[in-house]
Design a protein around this ligand. Structure first.
Ligand SMILES: *Cc1c(COP(=O)(O)O)cnc(C)c1O
Length: 395
């Protein structure tokens, strides 16, 4: 039996809650289950305000509107991220300033941010890769000094922390994803986290097609009308009902994922000791959420060969982002190969292994066995493998 890269899962009450939503006769957005999800996340994560959205992409688009991004403005972010991080701002006419990543966490290198700031810069968008927090203290300090907004792309970082604070709640705004490949899922889905009071009122309006509908239903205004730009960014109650069942089980989901990632780490530990591959890295300041497990191989060729080998064995390993600056869109923006050396190097050597809630130990053993099988054939033993660049950083 093939082992897929990802498998959507249910933990218990998802279908029950959906049927409740249906029977209660409220299927549009902002009903009982949406409010339950909002309150759950606000209390659990200590967020000022959380608003469900149709996706993390939609939440990022709301952030770009809230930040008043317009033509000529510049937004700083890593190139090693999903397209939506950039698209949300490009849609408003911004130009994107891509910054290289750290070789330990693969997160934006905070020491390179300041040099990318100009008088057109409006915002910094740190992406918490693999649910491992960026160096938020430094990033917030830089933003404050230059009067910039910080918008956290915490799509992968739901329920993970940096120095005791939940990812997504540290910047002025944050975004979560509940896509079926993430830790807590609703098929498609996301949330906007608002940590700065000045965005509260406008966020509700943008999310409700540019109307003051929410204020009207609270009795704060006597007319429901068009007051700003906006779109339809709120999910249906069926999505919220599914999600709420998952949030209620957040502890169980996270501890299951941690044990899956812990098992891989234990099995692949020897590879790291021998300098044959590097495992995900986390500093003591962060508590990750076991969003993913990856191996950093010695060379791009070795990664590609292992990927093909695993595919042949029925294991759904994948690589991750083609750096945005080397994509056709990135080239159109004037970037070229060589601009961000660490991003290009690391993205060419990374291999993500299957990591999902229902993955069994037996399946993990098979994945591990195939990786060792490949390396044992000598294909992994490049002469200078033990010396490849980042291996000392994480021991
Ligand atoms: C998954 C992901 C997104 C997009 O999330 P959707 O909910 O699918 O829109 C954005 N940024 C990052 C870093 C992601 O991993």
């Amino acid at each position: 039996m093939a082992i897929p890269f990802n498998k959507p899962f249910v933990v218990g009450k998802e279908l029950f809650y959906i049927s409740q939503a249906v029977l209660e006769g409220n299927l549009a957005g902002d009903g009982r289950f949406t409010k339950l999800c909002h309150r759950w996340m606000e209390e659990r994560f200590g967020a000022r305000k959380v608003l469900l959205s149709t996706s993390c992409t939609a939440a990022l688009e709301m952030c770009a509107i809230l930040a008043d991004i317009g033509p000529g403005d510049e937004v700083i972010m890593p190139s090693y991220t999903f397209v939506s991080t950039a698209n949300a701002f490009v849609l408003r006419g911004a130009s994107i300033k891509f910054v290289d990543i750290r070789k330990d966490t693969l997160n934006i290198d905070e020491t390179l941010i300041e040099a990318a700031i100009t008088d057109r810069t409006k915002a910094i968008v740190p992406v918490h890769y693999a649910g491992v927090g960026c160096e938020m203290d430094t990033i917030m300090e830089i933003a404050e000094r230059h009067n910039l907004l910080v918008i956290e792309d915490a799509a992968q970082g739901v329920n993970a922390t940096y120095k005791g604070r939940y990812l997504g709640t540290i910047g002025h705004l944050g975004t979560y994803s509940f896509h079926e490949t993430k830790n807590f899922i609703s098929g498609e889905g996301g949330a906007l986290v608002i940590n700065d009071d000045r965005f509260l009122e406008r966020a509700e309006i943008i999310r409700e097609k540019g109307t003051n509908r929410s204020q009207f239903f609270r009795g704060e205004v006597d007319k429901y009308t068009w007051v700003d730009v906006g779109s339809s960014y709120l999910p249906s109650e069926m999505i919220a009902a599914f999600l709420y069942a998952q949030l209620e089980e957040a502890e169980a989901i996270t501890s299951k994922r941690l044990s899956i990632v812990g098992y891989y780490s234990q099995k692949f530990g020897p590879l790291q000791e021998q300098g044959l591959a590097r495992l995900p890295f986390c500093s003591g300041d962060v508590c990750h959420n076991a969003h993913m497990f990856y191996l950093l191989l010695s060379t791009a060729r070795q990664r590609d060969e292992l990927l093909a080998y695993l595919k042949n064995q029925g294991v759904g390993a994948v690589f991750h982002y083609v750096p945005l600056h080397t994509s056709p869109m990135g080239r159109e923006m004037g970037y070229e190969e060589g601009d961000l050396p660490l991003t290009e190097d690391l993205s060419s050597r990374i291999l993500r292994l299957p990591c999902y809630f229902d993955l069994t130990r037996e399946e993990q053993d098979r994945v591990v066995g195939h990786v060792f099988g490949f390396l044992g054939q000598g294909k992994g033993r490049l002469s200078d493998a033990a010396l490849f660049s980042a291996s000392q950083e994480v021991s």
